[in-house]
Design a protein around this ligand. Structure first.
Ligand code: NAP
Length: 305
């Protein structure tokens, strides 16, 4: 039996683990694939304090993991399918049929990128359709590309794509971007970027690879085809919470927490992008993780077991 089981090894899980081991808790971190989380998909981060120059996403993730391991954190590769509580003890079941026991659990499994859900999207994923410019932009050197979305991710990834692509359209369903002003200014002043507002992507077209997308203007209803070779989709996230008890989730599948990151089930905490009202920033995820670990420590040490 562990005192604390942390599920997820992104910034929230890593920060929680660092605080937990430093508080002397017997802690285990479970991670489905490999430590890092969504920050691994980000090229550069320039709003995480402590780095004078922008830090690359993989580097920040790697630093967090190395720091946690140095402090004695154990990270095991396991995919969690459910978390249940029996007689005050949590049973964390994994896909290999095993279950681990813990006195407290911190859920820190983040969020996954949303899909557009249009014809051709799944068919051409990996053949022109991508959800990660940092991973795939280099394949589109001197090619014409399009980004879908109007949030910070779409704007940042569009800017990154301009290092390789000859042209980057940004297709957004409204007439103004949602992302930060500093990013909007950079995007709108970049000669390689052309915004297309009030427009939806309704189909991805291709043979072996993508050759065009079908666009529909929301105001006029008119459709047209736009020739591109790469389509990068950044339209937000959904929380990774299917393994958690329904009673701790809201209608959107996000975890409801109080200021201490305590969910509606005592001893079960949540930290990072999966929680309700998360600002979905690396810094916030790390701060949530620290808060959750301190709360878990208080819960474990004050409870009469
Ligand atoms: P987001 O802020 O939720 O933006 C999603 C964008 O996609 C919105 O512009 C939205 O349009 C559009 N969209 C959603 N569903 C769509 C659909 N079905 N078809 C077409 N467009 C659709 O998501 P995000 O940009 O991934 O950012 C997620 C969070 O991470 C945010 O809180 C963001 O601030 C944060 N983040 C921060 C940074 C940073 O600080 N540098 C970097 C990356 C991400 P509408 O605007 O019309 O809703």
């Amino acid at each position: 039996m562990k005192e604390l089981i942390i599920i997820g090894a992104g910034p929230a899980g890593m920060a929680a683990s660092i605080y937990a081991v430093r508080a002397g808790l017997d802690t285990l971190v479970l991670e489905k694939i490999s430590p890092g989380g969504q920050v691994m998909l980000t090229y550069e981060i320039e709003n995480y304090p402590g780095f004078i120059e922008p830090v690359e996403g993989w580097q920040l993730a790697s630093n967090m993991e190395q720091q946690a391991r140095r402090l004695g954190v154990t990270i095991e590769s396991k995919d969690v399918v459910s978390v249940e509580k029996y007689d005050e003890i949590f049973h964390v079941k994994t896909t290999d049929g095993a279950f681990l026991e813990g006195r407290a659990v911190i859920a820190a499994t983040g969020a996954s990128l949303k899909r557009l859900g249009v014809p051709g999207e799944s068919e051409f994923t990996g053949r022109g359709v991508s959800y990660c410019a940092t991973c795939d932009a280099a394949f589109f050197k001197d090619r014409v590309t399009a980004v879908v979305g109007g949030g910070n991710t779409a704007l940042e990834e569009a800017l990154y794509l301009t290092r390789f692509a000859s042209k980057v359209y940004i297709i957004h369903r409204r007439d103004e971007f949602r992302g930060q002003k500093i990013l909007q200014d950079r995007v709108l002043s970049n000669p390689k970027i052309e915004p297309i507002f009030d427009t939806l992507v309704t189909q991805v077209n291709g043979d072996e690879k993508v050759y065009s997308i079908t666009l529909q203007n929301k105001k006029t209803g008119e459709s047209r085809e736009l020739a591109i070779q790469g389509l990068f989709i950044f339209i937000g996230n959904t929380s990774n919470t299917t393994y958690l008890p329904e009673q701790v989730l809201n209608d959107s599948g996000e975890v409801k927490v109080d200021m201490k990151m305590q969910t509606l089930m005592s001893g079960l905490f949540a930290a990072g992008d999966l929680r309700e009202n998360s600002l979905r920033q690396v810094l916030m995820a790390a701060a949530d993780g620290a808060t959750a670990a301190i709360s878990a420590y208080e819960y474990i040490t004050h409870k009469d077991w």
